[in-house]
Design a protein around this ligand. Structure first.
Ligand SMILES: CCCCCCCCC/C=C/C(=O)SCCNC(=O)CCNC(=O)[C@H](O)C(C)(C)COP(=O)(O)OP(=O)(O)OC[C@H]1O[C@@H](n2cnc3c(N)ncnc32)[C@H](O)[C@@H]1OP(=O)(O)O
Ligand SMILES: NC(=O)C1=CN([C@@H]2O[C@H](COP(=O)(O)OP(=O)(O)OC[C@H]3O[C@@H](n4cnc5c(N)ncnc54)[C@H](OP(=O)(O)O)[C@@H]3O)[C@@H](O)[C@H]2O)C=CC1
Length: 266
């Protein structure tokens, strides 16, 4: 009988922006599945403890390496990739998770403000994908997952810079999936709806204690683990025939931008 193969034990995964929120949960999930994870954030004081917790957990087979790396800086990304290969020998999985935004109307976004968000969400993904992708293409191929957003799929007020950058990530995903299929590299994207993270708590003031459980099926804010589980599936052999796709994870089969609808913005 056929059984789905979710096994990624022994693989090496890079996860960017893993000091908190969705990236931290992805790192913990992949490590629990047996992958060695190389994780980064702009501060070793923030990302270091995440790696320590993974390495100290007795029931987590994967190892973790923490590196201070601002993914907006290409040279720092190159060092991060080099340190990963030195520590673990290869790169099989890349999760471009680091990203962020501020909410502002288009007319209130300065040139630097626009560039900051496009740099953070799009150009950082380009840096990591080109530099880690080089290792993957010279090796045995692998799997890349990019974090987009429902704001990259559907418009919302105050999200012009973020939405444009996250929409570009979707098209980059689709294009690379065609270009790198011959190298044995699958490239997919996840578009989350509203997920409870420290970044969202800061932006919207939603606190963790307000969180409904995963079992609840009616409309609710999502858990970081629900995105991590989707990443684990996409990078596993069970998803071997899936590439160039954007998996929307928003908890409700509703057309349009679930996030801005729930926030009462449209
Ligand atoms: C769906 C419906 C909606 C509701 C949507 C609700 C959100 C839910 C979806 C969540 C998506 C997420 O990604 S949640 C994750 C959120 N987490 C993060 O964003 C964490 C990472 N964030 C950051 O590092 C910062 O917030 C970020 C601004 C992006 C980068 O910081 P930096 O220190 O590099 O940049 P700064 O120097 O502070 O600012 C750079 C420029 O941006 C401008 N800038 C900064 N904040 C600004 C602001 N609020 N309004 C205008 N302009 C701003 C500054 O004035 C600067 O321009 P000048 O003055 O011209 O120089
Ligand atoms: N939460 C949500 O509702 C949604 C989130 N997303 C996307 O999911 C991803 C994760 O979001 P979320 O977990 O909420 O975000 P958080 O703000 O909670 O966490 C962001 C993480 O990225 C790191 N980071 C930020 N900037 C950089 C940088 N320049 N270089 C390296 N690391 C960086 C932060 O670490 P540090 O500060 O230590 O550098 C932190 O670990 C983002 O791409 C976001 O756009 C998409 C849709 C919805």
């Amino acid at each position: 009988m056929h059984e789905p193969d979710y096994d990624i034990a022994g693989e090496t995964a890079i996860v960017t922006g893993a000091s908190q929120g969705i990236g931290k949960s992805i790192a913990e999930t992949l490590a629990a599945s047996g992958a060695n994870v190389a994780i980064c954030s702009r501060s070793i004081d923030r990302v270091g403890p995440v790696a320590e917790d993974i390495n100290e957990a007795e029931d987590v087979p994967g190892e973790a390496l923490a590196v201070e790396c601002n993914v907006r800086e290409r040279e720092q990304v190159q060092s991060f990739v080099d340190e990963t290969v030195e520590a673990f020998g290869d790169i099989d999985v890349l999760v471009n998770n680091a990203g962020g935004e501020f909410v502002a109307n288009f007319e209130d976004i300065s040139e630097n403000g626009w560039k900051t968000i496009v740099d953070l969400n799009l150009h950082s993904t380009v840096h990591c994908t080109q530099l880690a992708g080089e290792v993957m293409r010279e090796g045995d191929g692998g799997s890349i997952v990019n974090l987009s957003s429902v704001n990259g799929q559907h418009a919302a007020p105050g999200e012009s810079h973020y939405g444009a950058s996250k929409a570009a990530v979707i098209r980059l995903t689709e294009t690379l999936a065609t270009e790198w299929a011959g190298d044995g590299i699958r490239v997919n994207c996840i578009a989350p709806g509203l997920i409870q993270t420290p970044g969202v708590a800061e932006t919207l003031g939603i606190q963790s204690e307000d969180m409904p459980s995963r079992e609840k099926t009616e409309r609710r804010i999502g858990h970081a683990e629900e995105i991590a589980d989707a990443v684990q599936f996409l990078v596993s052999p069970a998803a071997s025939f899936i590439t160039g796709e954007t998996l929307t994870a928003k908890g409700v089969p509703r057309a349009g931008n679930s996030m801005s609808q729930d926030l009462g913005l449209e």
